[in-house]
Design a protein around this ligand. Structure first.
Ligand code: SAM
Length: 189
């Protein structure tokens, strides 16, 4: 994925518009469709975790979506710290959002956090790693799991189907099949 040029942005809104534009310019229309899926289902959700933050495109999306607890997990937060960190801290303070940033492996015990309504998986795109992430975090997700790149890397979608098979109550709700694609899982009440 590209590293967007973001030195000129001054707010989370500007950051979001700019990074989405630059990512879609570089990777093609619909590259960021998972952002829209997150927004579509967020009305039933207050809390969010993401595994894989990079510069913070999906993190900024989560802030603007209206979650009140946002947890960001990445093995390196260097790129997040460069542009989004100061803007995000001010935005979250002003909007009473609890923001937790964890620089850890998303498949490690250290990455485990409290229960959340929605979790995005967008880290290391290998099925063995996603399986570890689902083992670590699946039980703490109450409503939705969204995963990016599941059309470009079909074994990721298969891994999510296996998670549903092994965890009754979870099902595939939606699969995006344009560009790199995405999958949404829902846990029935
Ligand atoms: C595709 S980028 C995330 C993009 C971000 N969600 C967005 O849309 O703006 C993948 C990120 O996963 C992180 N990553 C890779 N392996 C990881 C691991 N084992 N644990 C946590 N993060 C990891 C990388 O450091 C990178 O920042």
């Amino acid at each position: 994925m590209i590293n967007a040029k973001l030195g000129h942005v001054k707010t989370v809104e500007e950051f979001y518009n700019e990074i989405r534009w630059q990512q879609e310019e570089a990777h093609g229309q619909d590259y960021c469709e998972q952002h829209d899926a997150i927004r579509k289902y967020a009305s039933e959700c207050k809390t969010y975790r993401e595994l894989g933050t990079h510069q913070g495109g999906t993190a900024a999306n989560a802030m603007l979506t209206g979650f009140k607890y946002i947890e960001l997990v990445d093995i390196s937060m260097e790129k997040y710290q460069k542009f989004l960190k100061p803007l995000a801290e001010k935005y979250c303070k002003d909007n009473k959002i609890v923001l937790k940033v964890k620089e850890v492996d998303s498949g490690s015990l250290d990455s485990i956090g409290p229960h959340v309504d929605m979790m995005l998986i967008d880290s290391y795109h290998k099925a063995f790693h996603m399986k570890r992430e689902l083992d670590m975090h699946g039980k703490s997700v109450k409503k939705y799991i969204v995963a990016h790149d599941t059309w470009a890397v079909p074994e990721l979608h298969t891994c999510l189907e296996e998670f549903c098979f092994n965890n009754p109550g979870w099902r595939v709700l939606e699969r995006g099949k344009t560009n790199v694609g995405y999958t949404v899982l829902k846990k029935d009440d």
